[in-house]
Design a protein around this ligand. Structure first.
Ligand SMILES: Nc1ncnc2c1ncn2[C@@H]1O[C@H](COP(=O)(O)OP(=O)(O)OP(=O)(O)O)[C@@H](O)[C@H]1O
Ligand SMILES: [Mg+2]
Length: 480
């Protein structure tokens, strides 16, 4: 107990005294009450009541950011009983017991292995659940049984892990508290995403612009960051890009401020260099949307890369900090990078919460998509572990077939080839149902420096809107 900060010692002690078969309702007395106390939650900040009108759908706990219950709760909790089998398992068996079918952990998440009516935490975060009043939808979900815990995050319809599944130990109890404190402080932090594949020309930039625009049309605040030395995103959206002459390497300037702990000045530099673009829909000038774009010229991006006054590790850490600062001002931030593994791509991988992988219907693009999904992302997560980060990311949103000449028809020759390839690579991830087919309207939009979403009625715009709905706006539960 000696190494445990005093603040947590109380919970650790209480947890150690919790019976290994502690029933769900007793867990509150043994541990949860102590957690709430360390979080300094007032009596009005915690409640156990229904999420909608009428009965049913009563979660085990709702936690509010402050005493004002008019705002949505920040955290919704699903508690389960403790079982000795889990409490006494060794490390490897513990994970196996949690992840196997019909486990208590899976039940807490809402898998229906055991019981077709089981709903778990998923139902409380489901934005399509008509039983939940919209202002009662929480931003985070906690599943906890005294031995396992995990925090989930909801952004619009998307539900993704904020932390990996963790085992409750003396060491992880402080982490759990810090994670919950982070949630309570930042319920509205934007989601940082990239459309990225190691394969070039698959639609990364086009998807970034148009999925971003589709979300902006839904009144989401969206920032597009161009970290590709080709500057395709900036050239695509800013008619004056070629004539522009940026005077300085603003990313280095920003990092310099961060290095000197001048966070608000750092953020100011980024704001000064952000262009706010207003768009209106063709044929309906009254319907508008806006996108923010942050782009540095190629020469400055290269200079930043070559600058060796800081190690690459430090540069990446500062970029994470810069993006974190911006994330409080947006609903979504998309970062566009080149397919190469330059410092910008590596920074992006460490900054994002989630990755959507575009792949055209070629075997080459698919091969890289699966490698990025299964290998690159895991390597980044491992890299973050060393820093004892509060949470792990990125999470895989899936593969989106993009830049496709034709839709992929079920049972077609190509569909069979692709299925065989995915099977060969043992791909377990999500494949988006929306196929982004190539239409000339998207090329016209590119030439006019506009997102194709401006032609809202076009087939191309519809597909991007469909993808934005499928991945972000409709109920979408991600576990990868
Ligand atoms: N949905 C689409 N409809 C029409 N054209 C498309 C579509 N998606 C991509 N394209 C075209 O394919 C080309 C490559 O797309 P894009 O530049 O988005 O790919 P990328 O992955 O960003 O490429 P790079 O690897 O060079 O960064 C572009 O010229 C673009 O016009
Ligand atoms: Mg590109």
């Amino acid at each position: 107990m000696s190494n445990i900060p005093k603040k947590y010692a109380d919970i650790v002690q209480a947890w150690k005294e919790t019976p290994l078969d502690c029933a769900e309702d007793m867990l509150s007395i043994f541990v949860i009450a102590h957690i709430y106390r360390v979080l300094k939650l007032g009596p009005n900040q915690v409640e156990k009541s229904g999420l909608g009108k009428g009965t049913g759908l009563i979660p085990d706990g709702l936690i509010y950011a402050d005493e004002n219950r008019d705002k949505a709760p920040v955290i919704v909790a699903e508690y389960k009983k403790r079982i000795p089998e889990l409490a006494t398992a060794d490390e490897a068996t513990f994970m196996q017991l949690c992840l196997q079918e019909k486990s208590l952990y899976r039940e807490a998440l809402g898998y229906r292995d055991n019981n077709p009516k089981n709903n778990g935490i998923r139902q409380y975060l489901d934005n399509s659940n008509e039983k939940i009043e919209k202002n009662r939808l929480a931003y985070y979900g906690l599943v906890f049984n005294g031995d396992f815990f995990q925090i989930w995050r909801r952004v619009d319809g998307l539900i993704l892990p904020l932390t990996p599944l963790q085992r409750m130990t003396e060491e992880t109890i402080p982490l759990l508290i810090q994670q919950l404190e982070h949630c309570l402080k930042s319920p509205r932090k934007g989601l940082v995403v990239s459309n990225w594949n190691r394969k070039g020309g698959v639609g990364k930039t086009t998807n970034t612009i148009n999925v971003g625009a589709a979300l902006a049309l839904e009144k989401k605040k969206v920032l597009l960051i161009d970290w590709d030395t080709q500057n395709d995103l900036a050239r695509n959206l800013l008619p004056s890009w070629e004539a522009k002459e940026q005077k300085e390497d603003f990313w280095s300037k920003c990092l310099d401020k961060l290095y000197n702990k001048l966070d608000s000045e750092a953020k100011e530099i980024l704001k000064e260099n952000t262009e706010n673009l207003e768009f209106c829909l063709e044929g309906n000038k009254k319907r508008t949307f806006s996108l923010d774009v942050l782009s540095a010229e190629e020469k400055w991006l290269n200079l930043f890369q070559a600058n060796d006054s800081l190690t690459e590790k430090r540069k990446v850490e500062f970029m994470q900090k810069a993006i974190h600062l911006l994330a409080f001002d947006y609903d979504y931030i998309f970062i566009d990078t080149s397919p190469n593994s330059d410092i910008w791509t590596r920074s992006m991988l460490f900054c994002i919460d989630a990755l959507l992988i575009p792949a055209d219907l070629s075997i080459k693009a698919l091969h890289h998509a699966v490698e990025v999904h299964d290998i690159t992302i895991k390597e980044v997560r491992e890299g973050k572990k060393i820093n004892k980060n509060l949470y792990f990311s990125p999470w895989n949103l899936g593969v989106a077939y993009s830049n496709c000449a034709e839709e992929l028809k079920p049972n077609s020759q190509l569909e069979k080839i692709i299925s065989k390839q995915l099977k060969k690579q043992e791909f377990q991830g999500y494949i988006c149902q929306t196929n982004l087919k190539v239409y000339n309207q998207a090329k016209v939009a590119e030439a006019e420096h506009l997102p194709v979403i401006c032609w809202e009625k076009s087939k191309s715009a519809s597909l991007f809107q469909e993808l934005a709905k499928e991945v972000f706006l409709s109920h979408h539960f991600i576990t990868n």
